[in-house]
Design a protein around this ligand. Structure first.
Ligand code: CUA
Length: 164
């Protein structure tokens, strides 16, 4: 009597194919994330500092929110989110400008999305969210709050005006 002593695992060819495809995709994603994070400098929006939401409107950069020019074509924009508007409501920059947005809330949780860009941040009271964008194409870019923040949520918007 003979038995096959070698253990063998049968893998269906289709399953084997998908296992290989999955491993290849994981490697591609890992390489893409590594290149995006370390070579291209693409970062997820992260809270950069803590503030006191009770006093943020009275002291510090959010007491006088708005646009600050750092150099030709380089700006910082401080926006204070609150029910139910962004302060300031609109900012204007020339085309080709790089703008770093600093946004916080003095009351409830909001969000900050600029249409047609990758700018999309949660705005949490007590934290400053930061994300930059370069505006190459002139036009109006709508800013919306996409976090339900109360009865006036749907009316909470602003705009970035990019002049030629
Ligand atoms: Cu602020 Cu919705």
């Amino acid at each position: 009597m003979t038995t096959d002593s070698k253990p063998s695992m049968h893998i269906d060819p289709y399953e084997r194919g998908w296992m290989i495809a999955t491993i290849i995709m994981l490697v591609i994603f890992l390489v893409a994330v590594t290149i995006a994070g370390f070579a291209m400098g693409i970062k997820v929006p992260a809270p950069v500092a803590q503030v006191n939401p009770q006093t943020v409107a009275q002291e510090g950069p959010f007491a006088t929110p708005g646009l600050r020019q750092l150099a030709p074509g380089k700006y910082e924009a401080y926006l204070l989110a609150q029910i139910w508007r962004f302060d300031p409501t609109e900012i204007t920059v020339p085309a080709g400008s790089e703008v770093m947005f600093y946004v916080t809330s003095k009351d409830v949780q909001h969000s900050f999305i600029i249409d047609g860009t990758n700018v999309n941040m949660q705005i949490v009271p007590g934290q400053i969210s930061r994300l930059g964008h370069r505006f190459d194409t002139p036009g109006e870019y709508r800013i919306t709050c996409a976090e339900y923040c109360g009865s006036g949520h749907a009316a909470m918007y602003g705009k970035v005006i990019v002049t030629p």
